[in-house]
Design a protein around this ligand. Structure first.
Ligand code: DGJ
Length: 728
């Protein structure tokens, strides 16, 4: 049993893979956090309860005798506002009288084998779950805390449900998913910041007294700050030290905060962003918050990443595709942009016939009046003037080459110059009598409205059902402005950002889940909505519009902190690179793109026989290592943020095979020697390394390493494969 309640000490022990999470119900009825970290015994942990520094602290009503037991700073499992807990509250409720007080005390608990789903939102599958029922001392406001642990991933999944059990209407001014205490403050905060073309760049800063906060106010998880944060022991490295990772399963405006408390401890909290948020909670209603994954590793940042990768692959990403070989696409976007004919598309597809590329994806520009990004969005019917013979002809042709056909959509958007906007201007998000902001010359559909969702579902499903479409790329190219719905009353307008998420997940349910045989890929003007909630529906997401191999080493390195390689869609594109103008060898572009769900995106119609043969060889190599990309353990072996090198080693779970891809940014007349110590292998096994044509002991390549020979030039890669041999 993974979850145990010791009634003697009133302590809950939740044991996941290599981890224990423990808290107790103290004598006042508070759920008091005790521990999360490496597996420990089910002992009486009360010897660790102590009081740190305080300042004019309040006492618990009716318990004014002083000392630890009246101290309001003990780390409750959920921080709340108004009764002396001055840490960042996880919840603030506006009661009917106008007071904003909550005091959540233990009521009862359940331990269930079947993890309850969140209503209308994606969440982790499986896992034994504890439901802790907390209740306000006075107001009939209640909260259920959910905790789930897994025997195959070192994470705990947490969320809160807020319940108005009173007969008055209440308002939630803040409704975070969790709060979590750490016994120390010796941590650095690691986050993933970015922008278009530089998504999920790693940043590490020391935490301090007060709050370090990351958030999104964009109604999307965004390229600017991913909904991921790690707290790493200040001495922690890639391979050593305690690291906690927090990953929110949510796609709309969020907040994640780390607070250094004056008592020497740390609080982490977060969930739906409470900026521009107020939820009206009617009598008897429940409010479900998104789930957060909290990973722990004593094996450094790398161990924390592997814990998150296991959790996402084993229990979140659509199991139909999570661990299965992926389509290898040729996408026409960078090859043609909007400027294509049927003949051009056919020649792009024909050129890769027999290379192993198995899916042709027709990107933006096939529908409505869409010859640029200024028109057509929302008119999801084929433009037969541009695409002669319609989808039928191009699909027939692609299928005749033995390839599958994929199609691009941007369902959440609407162009002013479109038939649907002319017929229904109110479908676009906007505020009465106020001009709308453009972004990429387009508006957003108000998917918080049912009739808008119904329209999108109807027109999209029609295209999907009438044609042999086996792959869909779901794009999302702007962030919202004018957060407002024409269909909602004034006091509910600050529910907008969360209602957008709920509308989005309903669309996914009705389109993605309703077409299980279609492979869906997420996209957002590059990788601007790359979060676990999207991965629940789409097994992979376009990582960035920046397909330059050099920039991709930094982007893929950062992304891998929280997300498995199989989640990152990575394409080989042409040179000079369209985003950076940089030249890099085709082998390098392929080697870097092969560290994810790979594909190709260039005008192949001019391919020579040699280029076709090279592509075929690359695809074969990729298929050989794909099992590792899908299911292997990642060991980041060199960091491009702080060195001239980038290297990833991916090792099979049984340590019988591995691949190491290393990259050197700039060459020199006098290159430095670069030892690559391979991580994650079995020291006692012997491995055949075909690139060196020799067999070496795991201990040799792990401790002495290999010396990479990159040759002459900039942006060069080397790759080594490792196969365990019997005589190890
Ligand atoms: C942004 C995406 O990231 C690109 O791959 C491409 O699909 C364009 N949108 C099309 O408009």
């Amino acid at each position: 049993m993974a979850i145990l309640f010791d009634s003697r000490t009133k302590t809950f022990f939740l044991d996941g893979k290599g981890v224990t999470y423990a808290f107790m119900i103290n004598k006042f009825g508070y759920a008091e956090h005790l521990y999360y970290g490496k597996t420990i015994g089910h002992d009486d942990l009360s010897h660790t309860r102590t009081r740190g520094a305080g300042s004019r602290d309040a006492t618990i009503p009716g318990n004014d005798e002083g000392g630890l037991n009246v101290y309001h700073y003990f780390p409750t499992e959920l921080s709340f506002f108004g009764t002396g807990d001055y840490r960042e509250p996880a919840v603030e409720v506006l009661n009917g009288s106008g007071d904003r007080l909550t005091e959540l005390l233990y009521d009862s608990h359940e331990i269930v084998d079947e993890k309850p789903k969140i209503n209308g939102m994606p969440s982790m599958r499986d896992g034994e779950t504890l439901i802790l029922h907390l209740k306000d001392r006075v107001t009939s406001f209640a909260c259920d805390l959910y905790y789930t642990v897994y025997d195959d991933a070192s994470v705990i999944a947490r969320r809160a449900v807020y319940i108005n059990a009173s007969d008055e209407t209440k308002k939630l001014n803040r409704a975070y998913s969790f709060s979590f205490s750490l016994p120390d403050q010796h941590y650095d905060v690691i986050s993933l910041y970015g922008a278009w073309g530089k998504e999920r760049t790693t940043e590490r800063i020391p935490m301090h007294h007060g709050v370090v906060s990351i958030d999104s106010k964009r109604c999307a998880s965004s390229a600017v700050l991913n909904p991921f944060m790690a707290l790493a022991d200040r001495d922690a490295t890639e391979e050593h030290g305690d690291v906690y990772g927090f990953n929110l399963i949510y796609s709309s405006s969020y907040a994640l905060k780390t607070e250094g408390i004056n008592d020497g401890r740390t609080l982490v909290t977060g969930g739906i962003n409470d900026f521009d948020f107020c939820w009206v909670l009617g009598a008897g209603e429940r409010f479900e918050t998104p789930e957060v994954l909290i990973a722990y590793s004593s094996e450094g940042i790398g161990g924390m990443s592997r814990a998150l990768h296991d959790a996402l692959r084993n229990h979140l990403i659509n199991p139909r595709y999570a661990k299965k070989p992926r389509p290898i696409v040729i996408n026409n976007w960078e090859g043609t942009y909007f400027n294509f004919t049927v003949d051009k598309l056919k020649s792009i597809a024909k050129a890769v016939e027999g290379t192993g590329i198995d899916t042709f994806v027709l990107d933006d520009g096939w529908f409505g009046k869409r010859d640029s990004d200024r028109s057509g969005l929302g008119d999801w019917f084929v433009n037969t003037d541009k695409l002669e013979g319609g989808l039928t002809e191009i699909i027939r042709y692609v299928n005749s080459l033995g390839m599958k056909f994929g199609l691009w959509f941007e369902p959440e958007m609407i162009s002013e110059d479109s038939d649907i906007f002319r017929a229904h201007p109110e479908y676009a998000v906007g505020v009465p009598n106020r001009p709308r902001c453009y972004s990429r010359h387009q508006y957003m559909m108000d998917i918080t409205r049912k009739e808008v969702r119904d329209y999108i579902v109807e027109v999209m499903n029609k295209v999907l059902h009438e044609n042999n479409i086996e792959y869909v790329k779901w794009d999302y190219n702007r962030n919202i402005t004018e957060f407002f719905s024409f269909a909602r009353e004034p006091e509910r307008q600050a529910e907008y950002a969360h209602r957008y998420a709920l509308g989005l997940y309903e669309l996914f349910d009705r389109i993605v889940e309703a077409n299980p045989e279609i492979f869906f890929e997420g996209c957002s003007g590059g990788g601007a909505r790359f979060d676990p909630a999207i991965l629940y529906y789409f097994p992979q997401i376009w990582t960035s519009d920046n397909s330059d191999a050099e920039d991709r080493t930094v982007i893929q390195y950062g992304t891998s902190l929280a997300y498995p390689l199989s989640a990152m869609s990575c394409h080989v594109s042409e040179v000079p690179n369209h985003q950076t103008g940089r030249m890099s060898p085709l082998k390098t572009r392929a080697d870097i793109a092969h560290l994810g769900a790979t594909g190709y995106e260039l005008d192949t119609s001019g391919f020579t026989d040699a280029m076709r043969a090279e592509t075929k060889k690359q695809v074969e190599e990729y298929r050989e290592m794909e099992e590792l990309i899908l299911n292997g353990d990642l060991y980041r072996t060199a960091d491009p943020n702080s060195s001239n090198f980038f290297a990833f080693t991916v090792v099979s779970k049984d340590k019988s095979s591995a691949v190491l891809t290393a990259y050197r940014r700039l060459g020199s007349t006098n290159n430095e020697v670069r030892y690559l110590k391979v991580r994650g292998l079995d020291e006692n096994k012997a491995y055949y390394i075909p690139e060196l044509n020799r067999t070496l002991k795991g201990s040799t390549v792990m401790n002495l390493g290999l010396v990479a020979n990159f040759g002459r030039g900039d942006y060069m890669t080397v790759k080594y494969t490792f196969k365990a041999v019997d005589n190890g």
